[in-house]
Design a protein around this ligand. Structure first.
Ligand code: KG4
Ligand code: ZN
Length: 336
């Protein structure tokens, strides 16, 4: 079965083609991506209306590119999958609308995918995919969750953020330091030349006894510290960036270890944009190596939003019979 996947929930337009096999993990045949980051940078964040309009411009040429790269004709597609949510309503409607139009025109069924399930299953796009069951740490710009994953569609939420997401904490702190959007990668680059112990920043909920997170207080602490520094901020920016990153990573690693301990599982998957963070990877790798826990990450290209994870999640859901594709071509999106 050949499944075309379309991602358009935020500021990346992604399209990919995945093929299911009689046995084993579905295979990625081709993918293409356009990121709108430069377009939104002038505004310091994503402008929803601009995002929707750009998805409209990009999505069909990207789909043509993917089919050409894979050497597959439109008529050979079996299912068209798209991100149903969560995300920006207008942006989601572009992917859903195009998927439904393609489905209706080709007489092929469509399937709406949960964006976070795409992230969650993105490590299956790597050469060494994980085996179920595992703990998943989902850390994106909009979500921070710990889950127990027993199979496709078998997810138990163990804990999540009660306010800001980890990516949001990176982005908002970066903005306070005057770094361009999205701040995560920039803050982490700046942090490399700073001292992570320079400022004492809060680690909210670190000892709360549950698996929930809270990052709103950290952002406020960074703001307070930046104000206190005043004219000195410029010279101490790298130190403040390093201290901020250390606080976020510390909480993410400790709570992940707590989730592993509680579940007794020996495998963890890290997915979502913040999963690209180098400090998070090295700290988690070190802590897990000590405990004999295997850590799986998506390939760096598949940490942030992309079409391949949506095509993969759809293919895995179809293969596991947890969802059927339908010929109902409704513009069915779920922003929240
Ligand atoms: O998963 P994603 O592409 O989009 C959402 O679904 O939200 O995640 C984007 C988030 C942004 O907050 C971005 O700053 C963060 O991931 N991010 C990083 C890094 N690369 C991306 N945060 C920290 N370090 C990075 N290297
Ligand atoms: Zn995402």
């Amino acid at each position: 079965m050949k499944v075309l996947g379309i991602e358009s929930s935020c500021d990346e337009t992604g399209v990919a083609l995945v093929e299911t096999r009689a046995a084993g993990v579905p295979v990625l045949l081709a993918q293409a991506l356009h990121t709108q980051i430069v377009m939104h940078q002038a505004y310091g964040g994503v402008v929803p209306e601009l995002a929707s309009r750009d998805h409209i411009r990009r999505v069909l040429p990207l789909a043509e590119q993917v089919l050409e790269r894979a050497g597959v004709a439109k008529a050979e597609l079996d299912v068209i999958a798209y991100t149903r949510g969560p995300g920006l309503a207008g942006a989601l409607l572009v992917g859903s609308g195009v998927a439904c139009a393609l489905g209706a025109a080709l007489g092929k069924p469509v399937l709406g995918v949960h964006h976070l399930e795409g992230h969650l299953l993105s490590p299956f796009l790597s050469a060494d995919p994980p085996e179920f069951p595992f703990i998943a740490l989902l850390v994106s710009g909009g979500h921070t969750q710990l889950m127990r994953v027993d199979g496709v569609g078998r997810y138990e939420l163990l804990g999540e953020t009660i306010d800001d997401a980890a990516g949001e904490a990176f982005d908002k702190s970066a903005k306070l330091l005057g770094l361009p959007y999205p701040g995560g990668p920039g803050l982490s680059r700046l942090a490399e030349s700073g001292d992570p112990a320079a400022f004492k920043l809060p680690r909210p909920l670190l000892h709360s006894g549950d698996l929930d997170f809270s990052f709103a207080g950290l952002k406020t602490a960074v703001l307070t510290q930046a104000k206190k520094l005043g004219d000195e901020l410029e010279a101490r920016k790298a130190d403040l960036a390093a201290s901020t990153q250390a606080a976020i990573v510390d909480v993410l690693v400790k709570k992940s270890l707590a989730a592993l301990d509680r579940s007794g599982l020996r495998r963890i998957v890290v997915a979502g944009g913040v999963g690209a963070n180098r400090l998070l990877r090295s700290e988690l790798n070190a802590a897990c190596a000590k405990r004999g826990v295997r850590v799986h990450y998506p390939e760096l290209d598949f940490c942030t939003d992309n079409g391949a994870m949506i095509a993969m999640a759809a293919a895995m859901r179809l293969q596991a019979n947890v969802q059927a594709a339908t010929a109902v071509y409704a513009f069915d999106v779920k922003p929240r």
